[in-house]
Structures are given as structure tokens and as C-alpha cells.
Design a protein around this ligand. Structure first.
Ligand code: C5P
Length: 223
């Protein structure tokens, strides 16, 4: 089956490991499509919050997921822009609160099932770079290229801090570290598609690697 489907580079890992930056650079270099699956979970969390649907209203969340339309535009020099149901929500989705909301609804199996097809539909020629937590294990288990990026929680918190600061957002490093650690525990300990490397993934610790070094290693793998 994988021979006839366009190739996928599944890029998984915890928050702040560099998946977004590296995934977008790879997508532009290969001329492939890019799926930011975290934006889908963040988008649904944000939509539920704005529509007053509670994070334990499973039927309400599934109905929102079924009708949600999400468009992600990738650009090499900046982070992707995201549109939900026709509204540009890039900045709203990048906040730490949006990440927390996403990880509260992400453990619900019905929500994951409702979002699965939306993600799989992104597999289009000439190829797809898919960034998330379960790209290599659940969404694209037959992906020919799987990379699991990781880094220490302290380094990931510092990166997220620098990113949000550069966007002019007010952030606190200690609180970001706490939030990243809480999200790691929630994402790795859930039953539905927990955060873990696929058995056939290349695991790369990016703590001491530059963005260019990580991209170069991935290019070697894919080429
Ligand atoms: O990657 P990002 O930080 O944007 O993801 C936000 C949250 O969405 C994660 O902490 C996780 O709970 C959830 N998520 C997920 N599966 C994915 C992508 C994101 O559960 N494939």
C-alpha cells in the first residue's frame, strides 16, 4: 500500500523539540505539503472554548471537529499561518493556554477518531511532512520516514520562551517549564495514541544540535 501512496516524513516529539521549525524547513526543501497536527488539536480546543463547549462534552467536541475547516499556510521564513472556519487564528493558537486546552481534549478517543481522517487526507503528492505526537505510530504507521525529536524540558521551555517573546507575547520561563512538564506527562501517559517514538523511528536529541544540523540529518535519512 505504501508504494502507491505519497511518501510521509512523520516528525513526532514533545512540545518545544523543534518539530514545527524543522518540519516547515523540510517541507519547503522537499517541496512537500506540511501538516501541523498540533494546530488541529489547538484549533479544536480554541473553537470549543469560544463556542462554550466544555472539554468533557464529548458529543459537542466531536460535532465541532466534524464541521471544523482548517487551512495551514507554510512559509520558509516565518511560522505557518492558520485559518479556522475562515478566521485567521494564528496568534490565538500559539499561546501556552491554547496548548493546554489542546492537551486536555487530546486524550479523548472519540475526539482523536474524529480528527484522524482530516489528518490522513493531507497525504498528497508529492509528499507530506507531518508533525505531531502520533504521526509515526497511529496516523501514518506506514510512513517510510519516521523521526522522533526530543530535548530536555529546560531547553524546550527556553526555546518556547524565546519564540513567544519574539512574537511580543508576555511569558514567564518558570511557568512555561511547568506547563511543558505537565503537558509531557499528560501526552505520554494517556491511553489513546500516547506520545512515544514509533519502533522504527530515528530518535534525535536536539538539545545540543542547531536547526541546520537537525535538518541535515533528516535530509540524509530521506535522500
Ligand atoms: O504540537 P503542539 O504543541 O501544537 O500540540 C498541542 C497539544 O495537542 C499537545 O500537547 C497534545 O496534547 C496534542 N496533540 C496530540 N496529537 C498530535 C498533535 C498534538 O495529542 N498529533
Amino acid at each position: 500500500m505504501s508504494q502507491t501512496l505519497p511518501p510521509v516524513l512523520a516528525l513526532d516529539g514533545p512540545s518545544g523539540a523543534g518539530k514545527g521549525t524543522i518540519g516547515q524547513l523540510c517541507a519547503v526543501k522537499f517541496g512537500w505539503h506540511y501538516l501541523d497536527s498540533g494546530a488541529i488539536y489547538r484549533g479544536l480546543g480554541w473553537l470549543a472554548d469560544s463556542e462554550g463547549v466544555s472539554s468533557n462534552d464529548v458529543a459537542g467536541l466531536v460535532s465541532l471537529a466534524d464541521s471544523m475547516s482548517l487551512v495551514c499556510h507554510v512559509c520558509e521564513t516565518d511560522s505557518a499561518t492558520i485559518e479556522i472556519n475562515g478566521q485567521m487564528v494564528t496568534d490565538q493558537l500559539r499561546t501556552d493556554e491554547a496548548g493546554q486546552l489542546a492537551s486536555q481534549i487530546a486524550p479523548i478517543p472519540e475526539v482523536r477518531a474524529a480528527l484522524l481522517k482530516m489528518q490522513q487526507r493531507c497525504r498528497k503528492a508529492p509528499g507530506l511532512v507531518a508533525d505531531g505526537r502520533d504521526m509515526g505510530t497511529t496516523v501514518f504507521p506506514d510512513a517510510p520516514f519516521k523521526v522522533f525529536l526530543t530535548a530536555s524540558a529546560e531547553i524546550r521551555a527556553q526555546r518556547r520562551y524565546d519564540q513567544l517573546k519574539a512574537k511580543g507575547m508576555s511569558v514567564n520561563l518558570a511557568r512555561l517549564l511547568e506547563s511543558i512538564q505537565a503537558r509531557d506527562v499528560r501526552d505520554s501517559s494517556r491511553d489513546a495514541s500516547p506520545l512515544k517514538p514509533a519502533e522504527d523511528a530515528l530518535v534525535l536529541d536536539t538539545s545540543d544540535l542547531s536547526i541546520d544540523e537537525v535538518v541535515a540529518r533528516i535530509l540524509t535519512l530521506v535522500n
